[in-house]
Design a protein around this ligand. Sequence first.
Ligand code: ACO
Length: 329
Amino acid sequence: MTHQAYIRGIGYYAPEKVLTNADLEKIVETSDEWITTRTGIKERHIAAPGETVSDMAAEAARRALADAGLPADAITHIFLYTVTPDYYTPSAACLMEEKLGIRGKVVQDVNAACCGYIYGLEMARAVIALHPEAKVIVAAAEVLTSRTNFSDRRTCVLFGDAAAAAVVTAEAASGKARVVDARLASDGSLGHLLTIKGGGSGHPYKLGDVVDEEFFLQMNGPEVFKHAVRSMAAVGEEIMAAHGLTNDDIALFIPHQANLRIMEAVARKLALPPEKIMSTVARFGNTSASTIGIALVEARNAGRIPAGGKVLLGAFGGGFTWGSALLQF
Ligand code: ACO
């Protein structure tokens, strides 16, 4: 028998410091009006000096564990999705494990860019099918501002720092979501359109080198925009068709929170009305892998998910990677 996977607890953490569009007007030549109309973003949270991905992921995990009613030591696996780990080694997942006060678990960092949360739910589902006793933390955390070029107005207005986590287990419980299905995809031939190269083996630095622009996130915004809309809509249609669902069957759509215009364009293609889109992008900006986890907590806490409702998740990110997941509450 294949065991089902349930999201037993969720949580997120956003650093205290907030950078508003007005603050950015003092850093680069931009305006609140440009950022708001092009992206829907009004402000984003910024990690404190020295605050790392493993710090933030551990805090999000503590909150998800409290929500699940489980002690940290019950956890068997930690999958930490990030493109901005504390270090190359040790992994941020190992550091996170230590910060949770536990050891001996199966832990790893994974890079699926902005699709981390959805990729993670599918990996947790696979682990639980094999090991029904597993209790998996799917964490998604980014300190994207550590790789943001604050002299490039085309990118620096978009990103923020945050972490989200979900505790996934085989036990059903009322009010918890079943991970019904996920569809994941990628296309490495388009990877050059969104990169963070510097410091990798393909773009190494020697001792004493000054970091260059390649150290930071670089993106062809309009191309990413086009592919994001196309791919997220296609994979959303695919998962809905596979389960015989129409737009009426979806209670809420939680897309990756990169840009409100992308989210609205995908929803239009899926024939989902604006009131079914969950958006937190105005307050957090694009926090890469963690955006969907944050929006899921906010949606639940705001009463946006009815009992028995189906929630569609959609993501697109660097790589390119993209995917969709279906939750049944
Ligand atoms: N303030 C003011 N003007 C700006 C700014 C800014 N912050 N940024 C760019 N501009 C200017 C450009 O220089 C350009 O001026 P020009 O015509 O004189 O050269 C003009 O605005 C238009 O630039 P475009 O890049 O064509 O603007 P566009 O409407 O495409 O919006 C944006 C840019 C917001 C980046 C959009 O392309 C986008 O959202 N793309 C998708 C990005 C995304 O979602 N990435 C994340 C997905 S993957 C992940 O999450 C990591």
